[in-house]
Design a protein around this ligand. Structure first.
Ligand code: I3S
Length: 130
C-alpha cells in the first residue's frame, strides 16, 4: 500500500457501554474483574474507561470524571467469540492484543455485541491493509 494509506488512521469510530475484563497481561493470566466501561474506538485504538462508580473520589478527582483504564491497539489484534469455557456470560468476545494482553467484552443485548464485533474486526482488517 502507498505511504499515504499507511499514514491514515482507521476511520471507524464507535462508543458505548460494555462490560469488560482483562484476563491476561503480557501473556500472564490475571484475575477477572468484570466492570462496566464506557468504551471508545477511535484511530484504531480501543479505550476502556473506568467505571465512574469504582473511581476513587477525592478533592483532586471528581467521582464523575471518566478516566481511561486500558487502551488496546487493534493493530495485530485478534477477535473471536469466546467459548463457554471462557465465561458463563452470554455474548462474550475475546480480544487479544499483539502484546499478549487478552480481554473479554460482553453485553446482555446481543445486537450491541454483534455491532462491536463488526466494527472491531473491520478496524483490524483496515490496519492489516496498510
Ligand atoms: O473464569 P472464572 O474464574 O470462572 O471467572 C469468574 C470469576 O472471576 C468470578 O470472580 P471470583 O472467582 O474472582 O470471585 C467472577 O465473579 C465471575 O464473573 C467470573 O466468571 P464469568 O463466567 O462471569 O466470566
Amino acid at each position: 500500500s502507498s505511504p499515504e494509506a499507511h499514514s491514515q488512521l482507521p476511520s471507524l469510530e464507535k462508543a458505548g457501554i460494555l462490560n469488560k475484563t482483562k484476563v491476561s497481561e503480557n501473556g500472564k493470566k490475571v484475575r477477572k474483574n468484570w466492570a462496566q466501561s464506557w468504551t471508545v474506538l477511535h484511530g484504531g485504538v480501543l479505550t476502556f474507561h473506568k467505571d465512574p462508580k469504582s473511581a476513587p473520589s477525592s478533592t483532586s478527582m471528581k467521582s464523575n470524571q471518566i478516566l481511561p483504564e486500558f487502551t488496546v491497539d487493534l493493530r495485530g489484534a485478534t477477535l473471536s467469540w469466546a467459548g463457554k469455557e471462557k465465561s458463563s456470560k452470554k455474548n462474550v468476545l475475546e480480544l487479544k492484543s499483539q502484546n499478549g494482553s487478552e480481554y473479554l467484552i460482553q453485553y446482555d443485548t446481543e445486537s450491541i455485541v454483534t455491532d462491536w464485533h463488526k466494527v472491531i474486526l473491520d478496524t483490524i482488517r483496515q490496519l492489516e491493509q496498510e
